[in-house]
Design a protein around this ligand. Structure first.
Ligand SMILES: [Zn+2]
Length: 428
């Protein structure tokens, strides 16, 4: 299918290039033209007249647990430990594959509606999440999360290997399978080592939680005499491309280890604030050239999947705690949520920018939304003024999956009743 989007205010994220009255063409799943020349409408199957609206790359959610939409609002205002061990883990024990499917499909709907076109997921019963991903048409890095402090990690790792062999590259590359070790406090050293070895054997990437709380660091020091970063490094995790979520409590040395090993960081400011975990030192990590994307984390600790909110929070939080309003300017926040997010998920060569030859993951914002006019600086408009509900149209791999706020691949009535039934069945 050939699509032309004309009269667009293009934010390309390609070397900061912005085209005020631009045109973007899509041929099948790829971008075929980005520039200021509109072409004859008859050369296309569809021409969308953006009439001056902002058109930009789809957003990247670098860390989430999609089925946790089922627990949205289920456990709020609690400490992470209490929240996780007394509320979330017992509820997760009641999940079945159908519930995971409905929770995942709900998350896909929410992400498409708020302009996210690629996400990194860490969970279990991942085949059900993949089913939702394939149905919705969204892009995802899916990881079957490994936990275990005895031999019980082995079955989980086996599932991860099966998932990799069956689904890596599915739907013409929309699905990428990663490996995952949940965290230093839920995995034994043997489990971490086994995950690293499996991922290396498959040339795959690894998704982890790293130094989310002070308690995690303290316990790790008393157990191993090392920081979580040092333990992950010593177990070989960083021999594979790694996406490390949170990184709230890193020492100078930890940051140097991440930089040396090209570990990408997914920054989840809203989840970290809500669970009162702390604030990651994004500014210092950026100074060490660590690549940082943004994530929402699961909806049980956020409680939304709106990456616009993460972008804004990422930018204003560093300014606020360092008393310096020049930190994390709008372009940097936008870059974290697009090009860099794609890069840390191993997708940077084909996603995250509006550029000829790249995959057509494109969003169109609402024209004339009261909160979006006037546009003095489109990057500021997106980061500081916009929210997910301003996304009018979402295109993923050249396919329109939402137009004028209407989901075209997901039936929301069906999702809502599936989610309600799942929650009822689980008795939560
Ligand atoms: Zn998480």
């Amino acid at each position: 299918m050939k699509i032309q989007i004309k009269n667009a205010h293009l934010i390309t994220m390609d070397d900061g290039k912005i085209i005020e009255n631009g045109c973007l063409c899509i041929e099948n799943e790829k971008i075929s033209y980005v520039g200021d020349q509109a072409l004859p409408d008859e050369d296309f199957d569809r021409t969308i007249n953006a009439r001056g609206a902002i058109v930009m790359p789809g957003l990247v959610n670098a860390h989430t647990h999609t089925p946790m939409t089922l627990f949205r609002g289920y456990a709020d205002d609690m400490t992470l430990n209490d929240w996780l061990f007394n509320r979330i883990f017992p509820a997760e024990d009641k999940l079945d594959t159908e519930a995971v499917y409905w929770g995942s499909l709900l998350a896909c709907a929410e992400m498409i509606k708020s302009g996210t076109t690629l996400f990194a997921d860490m969970y279990f019963m991942s085949e059900s999440t993949i089913r939702a991903v394939l149905e919705s048409g969204i892009n995802a890095n899916i990881a079957r999360c490994v936990t275990g402090t005895n031999n019980d990690y082995k079955d989980r790792l086996y599932e991860a290997e099966v998932l990799y062999s069956e689904y890596d590259g599915a739907n013409a590359g929309a699905v990428k399978i990663d490996f995952s070790a949940h965290a230093v406090y839920t995995c034994s050293k043997e489990a971490l080592k086994a995950v690293a070895e499996s991922a290396a054997k498959h040339n795959a990437a690894i998704h982890i939680h790293l130094s989310e709380t002070m308690k995690e660091n303290r316990d790790c020091y008393s157990q191993y005499g090392k920081s979580p970063t040092e333990v992950f490094r010593d177990m070989g995790i960083f021999n594979c491309p790694t996406n490390a979520a949170h990184c709230v409590f890193l020492s100078e040395n930890d940051m140097e280890i991440l930089a040396e090993n090209n570990v990408g960081v997914s920054h989840n400011p809203i989840s970290n604030l809500k669970l009162a975990s702390g604030v990651a030192n994004v500014n210092e990590m950026l100074a060490k050239n660590i690549l940082i994307g943004v994530g929402t984390d699961g909806t049980a600790s956020n409680n939304s999947l709106d990456i616009f909110a993460e972008m804004k929070t990422s930018a204003i939080l560093q300014k606020g705690i360092r008393l310096d309003p020049t930190l994390i300017p709008a372009r940097k926040a936008l870059e974290m949520a697009t090009a860099t997010g794609a890069e840390i998920l191993g997708r940077g060569a084909e996603r995250g920018q509006l550029k000829k030859g790249m995959r057509a993951d494109v969003i169109i914002l609402e024209r004339n939304a009261p909160n979006l006019i006037p546009v003095h600086n489109p990057e500021s408009t997106v980061v500081y003024s916009a929210n997910g509900a301003n996304v009018q149209t979402t295109i993923i791999n050249g396919k329109i999956v939402m137009e004028n706020r209407e989901l075209l691949t997901i039936d929301m009535d069906r999702v809502a009743s599936g989610v309600k039934d799942a929650v009822k069945r689980m008795g939560i």
